[in-house]
Design a protein around this ligand. Sequence first.
Ligand SMILES: N[C@@H](CCC(=O)N[C@@H](CS)C(=O)NCC(=O)O)C(=O)O
Length: 235
Amino acid sequence: MRPTLYTFSGAPRGWRVLLGLAFKGIDADIRILSVSEKDHQKPDFLAMNPRAKVPVLTSGDIVLRDSIAILAWLDKAYPDKPLFGETPTQAATVWQIAMECREYLREANRQLLSRAFFTDAKVPDEGSENDRTFQKEAAFVHAECRYLEDLLSDDRTFLAGEMPSAADALAFPEVRLLQRAVETRAELMTAAGFGYPPDLYPNVAAWKNRMNAMPEVVATMPPHWQTETPIAKSA
Ligand SMILES: N[C@@H](CCC(=O)N[C@@H](CS)C(=O)NCC(=O)O)C(=O)O
């Protein structure tokens, strides 16, 4: 049964599932819901997820409403190209990185990227309360980038080894969204220490470029990015 995925364009948790599907080569119907039309708050969607959140994945009678549960289900339902490793050590490595990305990188990005994408993205006045909060947000994201940088320092191809895994599915949307913020909110991101050249973290940049070069990954890019022109040039 071909699965159906409901998500928003650019939603990081939905993007995790798009990447899981892509890594495993699974064909799915992708339904992009409209945030502005509040599609996720309409009765049909609430019947699948009363929490009104994406992603939701359906397959036959199965309705799944959590990005990581969906990745775990995909791995059992489609065992080829495992997302969570094959050996106990690989599984633990993938889960640990994935959970750390979910817990820390997502939270760090949520704060900084909300400011970048959902406010006027003005650089706060130096020394203001808002500036202090902003500097803390930026430091949190830098700490998580350093964590990824260290992980990748032994020249591994993907975050948990030589094959793309759930760890890459969780981390890539976050790093790619940071790149997008640098491209479209250059002044704010420069003030956050992420200005040009954005590749402060060379191992992360090389991994991101390897991912960006995979056609199946390119196919997961948020559709609305094609119609929105970045203000700054892409690195
Ligand atoms: N635990 C859920 C969280 C899902 C979640 O927070 N999704 C966000 C998009 S990334 C959402 O639907 N937000 C809509 C809203 O809060 O109104 C998962 O990982 O799937």
